[in-house]
Write a protein that binds this ligand. Structure first.
Ligand code: A2P
Length: 272
C-alpha cells in the first residue's frame, strides 16, 4: 500500500471521533479583554434550529475539552458564529481566545436547546432577556425571518457591566437594520434595549429591577409583561436566570420546554 496523499491526512495531531466535525476558523473579533466573537466554516450536513447550542472544543489534546456554546448565527447562514467570554485558566477559553483564521475548531454533530421558537406558545410580543454572552442565542433568533413571522414585536434586552461589552449586540442590531434582505422585516418590529450596571450609559440597571419598576414598559411604550400576549426567553448566568425567571413568574408567565410549549423558556449562557 502506498502512503496516504497529503490532502487526506487529518488536520489535527489526534484522530477526530466520528461524532465530531473539524472546521476552520474564518474570522475572529475581540471586543474587550473579556469578550470575543469568532466565525467558522459550517459542515454541509450540520443542521440546527436558531437558538440552539452545540459542544465545541480544540484539537489540542487526545481528549479535547468540550464546552456548550450557543450558535449565534441563524440557521440559514453558511458559516457558524459564536460569542465567547475569555476565562483566565478556563480549560477551553484560555486557548480558544488565541485562535486565528485558518485554525481548526472541533464541533460535536448534535445541536440542542430550549431557546427555540417551538418551545413557546404563539403570542404577540417576544422578550429576549440576556446578560453578557447570553445574547448569543438571540443573535441567532433575531436574524431568523421565522421569528418575525411568529411575533409582531421582538424586544431584545442586553445587560452588561460596561458600554464596551454591549458592542457585539449594538453592531448586530445596526447591521440587521441595514441588511438588504432582512432589514425591512425587522423595521418597526425589533426593539433593542441595552443597559449597563457598572458604567454610565443612557439606561442603567439590572433588567430585573427595570422590569419590576415599569421602566422597560415606559421606555418602550409597551404594556407590562402579560401572559396573554407576551412570551419570553432568558439567557445569562445561573443567578440571572433564577432572578429573571422569578420576574416572569411574578407577571404570570409559566416555564415551557420543547415537549411542553408555554410562555417562557430559560437557558444558561455556558462558560468555563
Ligand atoms: P451587576 O454588575 O450588577 O452584577 P457578568 O459579567 O457578571 O456575567 O454580568 C453581566 C451583567 O449581568 C451585569 O451587568 C450584571 O450586573 C448582570 N447581572 C448579574 N447577575 C444578575 C442577576 N442575578 N439578575 C440580573 N442581572 C444580573
Amino acid at each position: 500500500m502506498s502512503a496516504m496523499p497529503a490532502e487526506a491526512e487529518s488536520v489535527t495531531a489526534f484522530p477526530i471521533p466520528a461524532n465530531v466535525y473539524a472546521e476552520t476558523v474564518v474570522s475572529v473579533e475581540h471586543y474587550t479583554d473579556r469578550l470575543f466573537k469568532f466565525r467558522i466554516t459550517r459542515p454541509q450536513s450540520f443542521r440546527f434550529r436558531s437558538g440552539e447550542f452545540v459542544m465545541i472544543g480544540l484539537p489540542n489534546a487526545e481528549k479535547p475539552v468540550f464546552r456548550a456554546y450557543s450558535i449565534a448565527s441563524p440557521s440559514w447562514d453558511e458559516e457558524l458564529e459564536f460569542f465567547s467570554i475569555k476565562v483566565e485558566n478556563g480549560p477551553l477559553t484560555e486557548h480558544l481566545q488565541k485562535i486565528k483564521p485558518g485554525d481548526t475548531i472541533l464541533l460535536k454533530k448534535k445541536a440542542t436547546g430550549t431557546l427555540v421558537l417551538d418551545a413557546l406558545l404563539p403570542g404577540k410580543r417576544l422578550y429576549m432577556f440576556s446578560t453578557g454572552t447570553g445574547v448569543a442565542p438571540f443573535a441567532s433568533l433575531v436574524r431568523d425571518p421565522e421569528t418575525y413571522e411568529k411575533f409582531d414585536e421582538i424586544i431584545l434586552t442586553h445587560t452588561c457591566r460596561t458600554v464596551d461589552e454591549l458592542t457585539y449586540s449594538k453592531n448586530l442590531v445596526d447591521d440587521l437594520k441595514n441588511d438588504p434582505l432582512i432589514g425591512e422585516l425587522v423595521e418597526g418590529k425589533l426593539f433593542y434595549y441595552p443597559t449597563t450596571t457598572r458604567e454610565e450609559s443612557p439606561t442603567m440597571g439590572r433588567i430585573t429591577n427595570l422590569m419590576r419598576d415599569g421602566t422597560v414598559s415606559r421606555d418602550l411604550n409597551v404594556p407590562q409583561l402579560n401572559p396573554e400576549t407576551d412570551r419570553a426567553m432568558i439567557c445569562g448566568s445561573m443567578n440571572m436566570l433564577k432572578d429573571v425567571k422569578e420576574v416572569c413568574e411574578e407577571f404570570g408567565l409559566d416555564e415551557g420546554a420543547n415537549n411542553r410549549p408555554s410562555t417562557f423558556v430559560v437557558e444558561r449562557a455556558f462558560v468555563d
